[in-house]
Design a protein around this ligand. Structure first.
Ligand SMILES: Nc1ncnc2c1ncn2[C@@H]1O[C@H](COP(=O)(O)OP(=O)(O)OP(=O)(O)O)[C@@H](O)[C@H]1O
Ligand SMILES: [Mg+2]
Length: 331
């Protein structure tokens, strides 16, 4: 059963006279207890996809459409996310589908103590009294590995390191055992030494609370650690999908191959840090044909002319590329 079902999601932003097509028909599913990753370079639409699911984009300037955008809550009920009111979404976001972001500072109130902010989750959603809420807050802080939680509860966000703040955010996001946790680059802003600890904590929390995970990252190293299945996204489209093991061991799309090559150690043959030539095109100036064509060393005339379809290549894998797809070649 799919907890999150995104079918043909499109997100446009009005920009001057025209539109930015940030997400162009993306289909993503997250099964019960499954750990799914979306990977791709900056600007390819990963955050916009997740924010659209959480209904955290202002409309306008965003215009969201989808054939389906549904979520199944703990009681088995299917919710059409696009037709929810803001009040309904507020409840869903706290209790059923929680999100953690890259920069924890932005989501903590600088003039409230850590304890007060955690207490609010229990007071507001569980209707607890102050004292009982604080007991739960301290318990949660222990669960996310915060040393001396009683002391930390009385501190303000600026008194905590980035890693500790992210732990607090993870505590807040997971305290009501949501069904789905969306983590958007949760370790990018942190010290490298802290990153592995935070990833481990997210994994542990998901396992303990039986949460599904949608992990958003530009780093295939993180994908390898955190996910079972992965969608590779480029310029607003999915270009490849498969199990993490298959995608890492046998990438089919030239973009995925290039991404794999950027991570030293994933493929033993790659010893150096490699860069993909050129950069992601501006969303208002995507190339005609395949969006990766201007950076691809396998590019043909057909690739420049016509967008390749997302092809099912069996084994739960799809790929959007003409290479290896003789049936699609123009003779
Ligand atoms: N409010 C907005 N108005 C106009 N364009 C936007 C808006 N938000 C995002 N975009 C555009 O949508 C595209 C996708 O952005 P998104 O933030 O989803 O990228 P991303 O894959 O998350 O990148 P990163 O790795 O840098 O976080 C970008 O080109 C971005 O400029
Ligand atoms: Mg992003």
């Amino acid at each position: 059963m799919n907890v999150l079902n995104i079918q043909n999601l499109k997100v446009l932003f009005r920009a001057g006279e025209g539109f930015v097509r940030a997400v162009e028909g993306v289909t993503i599913t997250v099964g019960e207890g499954e750990r799914v990753a979306i990977v791709g370079e900056s600007g390819c639409g990963k955050s916009v996809t997740s924010l659209a699911c959480m209904r955290l984009l202002n409309t306008p300037p965003a215009y969201i459409t989808a054939d389906a955008l549904t979520f199944v809550s703990k009681d088995g009920k299917t919710h059409d996310l696009l037709s929810k009111t803001e009040t309904e979404m507020l409840a869903l976001r706290a209790e059923e589908m929680a999100m953690i972001f890259q920069d924890p500072s932005t989501f903590l109130n600088p003039v409230m103590t850590i304890g007060e902010q955690l207490d609010e989750v229990f007071i507001y959603h569980m209707k607890m009294k102050k004292k009982e809420a604080r007991r739960h807050s301290i318990e949660m802080m222990k669960k996310v590995g915060i040393p001396d939680p009683e002391m930390r509860a009385g501190q303000y966000p600026h008194e905590l390191s980035g890693g500790l703040k992210q732990r607090i955010l993870i505590a807040m996001a997971t305290s009501l055992s949501p069904r789905l946790l969306i983590a958007d680059e949760p370790t990018t802003a942190l010290d490298v030494t802290i990153q592995a600890q935070i990833l481990k904590l997210i994994s542990e929390r998901c396992e303990k609370e039986k949460m599904s995970l949608l992990m958003i990252t530009h780093d295939l190293g993180v994908v390898r650690e955190m996910a079972d299945r992965v969608y590779v996204m480029y310029c607003g489209k999915i270009v490849e999908e498969g199990t993490v093991q298959e995608i890492l061991e046998n990438p089919k799309h030239p973009y995925t191959k290039a991404l794999v090559d950027t991570v030293p150690g994933i493929d033993e043959r790659v010893e150096r840090f490699v860069q993909i030539p050129k950069s992601v095109p501006h969303p208002m100036h995507k190339p005609s044909g395949c969006y990766f064509s201007n950076r691809c060393s396998y590019c043909t005339e057909l690739c420049k002319k016509k967008q390749p379809p997302l092809r099912d290549i069996g084994n739960g894998r799809t790929v959007r590329c003409y290479y290896d797809a003789e049936e699609l070649w123009e003779k």
